[in-house]
Design a protein around this ligand. Structure first.
Ligand code: NAP
Length: 302
């Protein structure tokens, strides 16, 4: 027992000597960086819009003047960016992460991208002798703040073991599902279920309201019974207050449903579901939280 404790202490102190880098300080990246900082890691950040780095610099992170400098000074670099195009640009552009001498470094992409893009990033990283880990997350801003994300990992066994202590800071569990690409497939599948849940929740509340049941009562019925779940509970206050500041922007779910379709999802519900979220985005709700789907459906019912 004593030996095990010494070993884990040693492992922790070796891990804490790893220099970390982070690209992408949006709704998710920001709190995730803070958790790594608070766990004792040295961490250097880079965000395209540089002002967004300010609060983290005050909290104690370092900043790099460009991506090449960031990766040069770090052992492990995380990316948490909007979409496939943003991630590819950050990896591949003439001033990107792979445009420097990076042999032996590790890049962990936690953004939601297509399985195809993850496999592609894996291939180009291999060509540069860089380790690549595909690690999208399930859970939104609150779990990101609380360090309770569910992390889906596509990586070799060796890379998974390397990154596991970092994932333990960011999430409540890291599930190793296979090689890079598989985790992105798992992420698209769970976000399909998320989209179904929120569309179903919105339709149910609106149907009940139209027939005289207040949204407060209907949400109480849902959350007290077997149909309530984590996401119905999380989204209840925003429905009651009719206020949808983005935790998970609706435009990102549109992207994920599109990626799921492109990856072969052809089930009865994906098509109307996708159309519904696309319509909401076209109505100008893309930068609002995904639960703003209820505003779009409400307008349609009027
Ligand atoms: P977000 O708030 O929209 O932030 C996006 C980040 O990407 C920003 O830092 C943005 O930089 C950067 N970016 C976009 N295009 C770029 C480009 N071409 N080059 C460099 N940087 C670029 O997004 P988020 O909510 O943090 O989500 C990030 C990823 O996690 C997405 O793939 C999303 O699907 C996924 N995800 C989100 C949630 C959630 O609840 N929010 C949950 C699970 C997974 P600027 O500041 O310069 O715009």
């Amino acid at each position: 027992m004593y030996i095990v404790n010494i070993e884990s202490h040693l492992k922790l102190s070796i891990m804490n000597q790893l220099k970390l880098g982070w690209v992408g300080l949006g709704n998710m990246g920001n709190p995730m960086v803070l958790n790594l900082l608070n766990a004792g890691y040295e961490i250097t950040v880079f965000n395209r819009t540089r002002e967004k780095e300010k609060s983290l610099l005050s909290a104690g992170t370092k900043s790099a003047s460009n991506l090449a400098e960031l990766i040069k000074n770090c052992d492990v670099v995380f990316t948490m960016l909007s979409n496939d195009a943003a991630v590819k640009e950050v990896f591949e552009s003439s001033v990107g992460l792979l445009n420097a001498n990076n042999q032996g470094k590790t890049i962990i992409n936690m953004s939601t991208v297509s399985p195809e893009t993850s496999r592609y990033l894996h291939t180009i990283c291999k060509q540069h002798q860089v380790n690549f880990i595909d690690a999208p997350v399930s859970g939104s801003v609150k779990p990101a703040q609380d360090g309770t994300l569910v992390i889906l990992v596509g990586a070799s066994n060796e890379n998974f073991e390397l990154a596991k202590p970092l994932f333990d800071v960011l999430g409540k569990i890291a599930i190793h599902v296979g090689e890079p690409g598989i985790a992105s497939s798992a992420k698209l599948a769970i976000n399909y279920l998320l989209g179904l849940n929120l569309q179903g929740l919105a339709e149910t509340v609106l149907f009940a309201e139209k027939n005289g049941v207040s949204k407060e009562d209907m949400l109480n019925i849902i959350n007290q019974g077997a149909c309530g779940n984590g996401i119905t509970n999380i989204k209840t206050p925003s429905i009651i207050n009719n206020s949808f500041p983005a935790a998970f922007a609706l435009k990102h779910l549109v992207k994920d449903l599109r990626l799921a379709k492109e990856a072969g999802l052809d089930s009865p519900l994906i098509h109307p579901l996708y159309d519904s979220y696309v319509r909401a985005e076209k109505e100008g709700l893309g930068d609002q939280d995904v639960m703003a789907i209820i505003s779009s459906l409400h307008n349609k019912a009027d």
